[in-house]
Design a protein around this ligand. Sequence first.
Ligand SMILES: N[C@@H](CCC(=O)N[C@@H](CS)C(=O)NCC(=O)O)C(=O)O
Ligand SMILES: [Fe+2]
Length: 432
Amino acid sequence: MMPVVKITDTLSVSGQPEPAAFRDFAEEGFSVVVNARPDGEDPGQPGNMAEAAAARTAGLGYAFIPVTGPGIAEADIRAFQKALSDAGGPVLAHCKSGMRALTLHALGEVLDGRMRREDVESFGKRFGFDLSGAVRWLEREDARKPDVKGFYDARTGSIQYVVSDPATKACAIIDPVLDFDEKSGATATANADAILDHVNANGLRVEWILDTHPHADHFSAAFYLKQRTGAPTAIGAHVVDVQRLWKGIYNLPEFVADGSQWDQLFEDGDTFKIGGLEGRVMFSPGHTLASITFVVGDAAFVHDTLFMPDSGTARADFPGGSARALWTSIQRILALPDETRLFTGHDYPPEGRNAKWESTVGDQKRANPHITRRSEADFVRVREARDKTLPMPKLILHALQVNMCGGRLPELQDNGCRYLKFPLDALEGAAW
Ligand SMILES: N[C@@H](CCC(=O)N[C@@H](CS)C(=O)NCC(=O)O)C(=O)O
Ligand SMILES: [Fe+2]
């Protein structure tokens, strides 16, 4: 008979019990048996079907949450918690030895802040279990959970990010803004310098300066930050398509449209390192021809695809934009796990709320009216109708000529001044 170890008033754990023992469990006052053990681990193991049947006969509830030590997902921990909270009485949770059952419990306690992680091992020892695997799980989770700091630029409604690896202090800067006042023609580096202040104050090391797309509403500070930090710049490889398009619009025959203005061009599926974290690139066109999403651990930098759920999606009517492509890109983002943190590139907050930029895949599926219960055709219709009402961004003609050069301002002329160039009557979407 496997010893049953009482952990709390509502939870006991044990090794593999015989189904014949389930009647005793009921008599001892348990309401539910939780089996955390995948079927087929041992030849003599009763298995889920036999246990479920024994539980039914004994009048016990039964939940099957099969896990292997290294394979535990947060969803398993949450399912274990739910089995306990739904039980309406004491639960007996088992695996082969009881260790995985206790691990699921302890991890839930740590995730919810009821147990400190430094107490996990001694907690296990108190009951005769080695929970070092739970500690390793928490460490692995840390490695999947980058720190993300958003910097909101109210002037352009843009969010710039510093995503960092807590373990190595390496970081990447995403979508930094170079300030520009179109009335005076003045440029400034207040936003970029605030990012550098944060980097320095936290002892971070900049390993990448990333842009999700060539922005149409502000200058990129990528080149300025490269000069300040020496870190390489990168953008999506399809930036060359955007360069070709705008080279034509601006009539710049000398312009080299080959992406050489960045240190690295990312293709779909490319990976890169931020210290111990791995970043992955997802091509997500629609808003522009070149847009990419950066997925770093449990965080995805989705830029101008999805906005906050109450604000729908990005427009798809810039030259090279496509509502249909945007829909496909959004579906790929929504195929990430529901708990994935999504960081948007813009927030144009509705009346009465402050700027926000973090949601999850689950939030978007539940509450984004451009997405929820809509077909692709529906989305395209709504998106295109709304885009017809939007004037071009105030800075689109200013910004693209700078951003197609990786954020380099035009060359100084002999009088020490830089000049922008504007095509007249080249874009649709006049505001009158
Ligand atoms: N009013 C802003 C609009 C900027 C804009 O068009 N933003 C794009 C992202 S770069 C967008 O998707 N806007 C959606 C919307 O305005 O509904 C400006 O003039 O800069
Ligand atoms: Fe944009």
